[in-house]
Ligand binder design. Structure first.
Ligand code: F6P
Length: 323
């Protein structure tokens, strides 16, 4: 029987993490389960830096970006000494369940932990990149793409006034999902993403089909694109297309902040709820996902980044609509 669980947010923060924290705490308390929140991800577990989370401690956070538990990408947790200290903390608090809200790196950490302690652990996918196998949706993605759309709409205004081309860089170290979806929503003329290796050649050729009457254009680049992100591509385009006035804009960490969207809050709440239920059902080392609107469970070892799985149909649609 689960009586006391630990909770961390780990890796890059993402809007909706607070909604998930709230759902974990409120679901657990409804079942008389105590919740200990550790600050700064695995760092807090190592340092035993914690807070007893009651229902009232998670009041008024559902709408806030970031994470009230703070987060970190812990290097110490990957050391033998750090792992031992984390295990001691789990023992001290007599935890019999653990919920991790984070990305694939955080789940790898959980797998490592399970080699040293038999605590039951489940994960909720938290990353703006939406690049995990086992879920259609990761916490933070919907808000991030809406932030991008809002920013690019503003860039479009000035691009059009000046007849300029803008090369806009969005996040996505290994994945082009933020780029692709926001590009369709913004009516971008082209995207460059790490999943497609010939997209620079394609962009240079694409110019031939562009309407002569249209002088302003938006090119969205995922930061992980092999051609060097927006700076590399923008500078190259300046050389290749001297007839155009080209500007570069890097959206950066604004994509990780802001109030979560309605969809984000709902999905994060569902995941937090099902994480507690999964622990009660005896599940362990699994990530909660939502696939085709159904809750599903993926072993941590398989909840890895899915690279090169972009829907080709979406790319085709983008090309047709932006011509
Ligand atoms: O993994 C999420 C992410 O937002 C990536 O898209 C981005 O490359 C990275 O985190 C940035 O991380 P940091 O804030 O640690 O520089």
């Amino acid at each position: 029987m689960i009586k006391k669980i630990g909770l961390i947010t780990s890796g890059g923060d993402s809007p909706g993490m607070n909604a998930c924290i709230r759902a974990v705490v409120r679901t657990a308390r409804a079942e008389q389960i105590d919740v200990v929140g550790f600050y700064r991800g695995y760092e807090g577990l190592i340092d035993d830096d914690y807070i007893n989370l009651t229902k009232s401690k998670v009041s008024n956070i559902i709408h806030r970006g970031g994470t009230v538990l703070k987060t970190a990408r812990s290097k110490r947790f990957m050391t033998q000494e750090g792992m031992q200290m984390a295990v001691q903390t789990l023992q001290k608090h007599q935890l019999d369940g653990f919920v991790i809200i984070g990305g694939d790196g955080s789940f790898k950490g959980a797998l490592e932990l399970s080699k040293h302690h038999n605590i039951k652990t489940v994960g909720c996918p938290g990353t703006i990149d939406n690049d995990l196998v086992g879920t259609d949706y990761t916490i933070g993605y919907d808000t991030a793409i809406n932030t991008v759309v809002d920013a690019v709409d503003k860039i479009r205004d000035t691009a059009e006034s000046h007849d300029r081309i803008f090369v806009v860089e969005v996040m996505g170290r290994d994945a082009g999902l933020i780029a692709l979806r926001s590009a369709i929503a913004c009516g971008a003329e082209a995207i460059l993403i790490p999943e497609r290796k010939n997209d620079l050649k394609f962009l240079l050729e694409k110019k031939k089909t562009w309407r002569q009457t249209k002088k302003s254009r938006i090119i969205i680049v995922a930061e992980g694109d092999e051609n060097g992100g927006a700076i590399g591509i923008g500078n190259l385009l300046k050389l290749e297309w001297p007839e155009f006035d080209i500007r570069i804009s890097i959206l950066g960490h604004i994509q990780r902040g802001g109030n979560p969207t309605c969809m984000e809050r709902v999905n994060a709440s569902l995941m937090g709820y099902y994480a507690v239920k999964a622990l009660q059902d005896g599940r362990s080392n699994e990530m909660i996902g939502i696939v085709n609107k159904q809750v599903c469970y993926t072993p941590f070892k398989d909840a890895v980044k899915h690279i090169e799985e972009l829907n080709p149909e979406m790319l085709k649609i983008l090309d047709i609509l932006s011509a």
